[in-house]
Design a protein around this ligand. Structure first.
Ligand code: GLU
Length: 305
């Protein structure tokens, strides 16, 4: 099996949300995204996904941590909060094609409807899809601001992932614009990846189930669908997703314990089976040794010392 596609000169990316410091699992994903991109002669871009949950100072620390690892990116860092015109245009296009509708449901209403027996797991139940104009006017009068949803014409969509093969996932009437007026993540990510010439998406495998929706959206917008590689996450000793409460898991935590950034990269390299414990490493060395076929497919269990 081949899991590389070498004949292209597009771009890969790392797209952190500046909601806090990156932990070792996030840094490992960034290293992997860089390795996948550079080993296929792609450019590597960083995009700050700051449409919500911004913690002051987090972006600067995240970028400084990437730099400390020796991870170099191309071009200027892009911020989603400065690109809302692009997202508005995409929503307008879908609207003009009759592919949107207003949704007045609260989170709780959706939860109640989707927990009914026989409801498709995780999908929006379609409550507002076929409201009459009179019903919509009534909802509007109640004062609740609507979200804008996609009027999906498919229930399932299949993507190809370099690690997971063909993956078919649910496409539902996903939110394009939230009811606070902000563009939704699924829309922004699709618009940005295409606008930035990103044709390779490497990210944590918690987002694998979002990829079919995003690829479907790209298809509807006439945008190219990227190559995906959803990489294993880092877990704690209990097998749960690694989090800051698990102890010394950020670059700052590790440095406070006496590690250097190179030691942190070494820890990540060992987890990727690209180095032996204690061996000095650099991003270039990891690139020289990189072979995606040998990437461990199981989650990385990290127990901070
Ligand atoms: N901003 C997302 C996150 O930090 C990643 C989105 C993506 O890579 O598509 O989880």
């Amino acid at each position: 099996m081949s899991i590389s596609d070498e004949d292209v000169a597009g771009a890969g990316r790392f797209a952190p949300s500046p909601s806090g410091d990156l932990h070792l699992g996030n840094l490992r994903t960034a290293v992997l995204a860089w390795l996948f991109a550079r080993s296929t002669n792609r450019r590597f871009l960083v995009r700050v996904e700051d449409l919500d949950r911004v913690r002051p100072g987090a972006e600067q620390r995240q970028l400084a941590d990437l730099e400390a690892l020796g991870l170099v990116w191309d071009d200027r860092v892009v911020h989603q909060s400065r690109r809302t015109r692009l997202y508005d245009e995409a929503i307008d296009r879908l609207h003009d094609a009759g592919l949107t509708y207003e949704c007045y449901c609260t989170r709780r209403e959706i939860l109640e409807a989707t927990s009914a027996p026989h409801a498709p797991a995780g999908a929006y139940p379609g409550t507002c899809r076929d409201l009459t104009e009179a019903q919509r006017a009534e909802k509007r009068e109640s004062g609740r601001a609507p979200a804008i949803r996609l009027r999906a014409t498919e229930e399932w969509y299949t993507i190809h992932d370099l690690l997971h093969g063909d993956f078919t996932g649910i496409v539902d009437d996903l939110v394009l614009r939230r009811n606070d007026g902000k563009p939704a993540y699924n829309l922004a990510v699709v618009v940005d990846d295409a606008a930035q010439g990103i044709d390779q998406v490497v990210r944590g495998d918690d987002l694998l189930t979002s990829a079919p929706r995003q690829a479907y959206l790209a298809h509807l917008l006439g945008l190219p669908v990227p190559v995906y590689a959803h990489v294993p996450l880092a877990l704690n000793a209990e097998g749960k997703r690694l989090a800051k409460r698990d102890g010394a898991v950020t670059m700052a935590d590790r440095i406070a314990l006496g590690d250097t950034p190179a030691d942190v990269l070494g820890t990540i390299a060992v987890s990727l089976r690209l180095a032996d414990p204690g061996e000095p490493v650099s991003m270039q060395l990891l690139l020289d040794r990189w072979n995606p076929v040998r990437l461990p497919r199981d989650p990385w269990v990290f127990v901070p010392s």
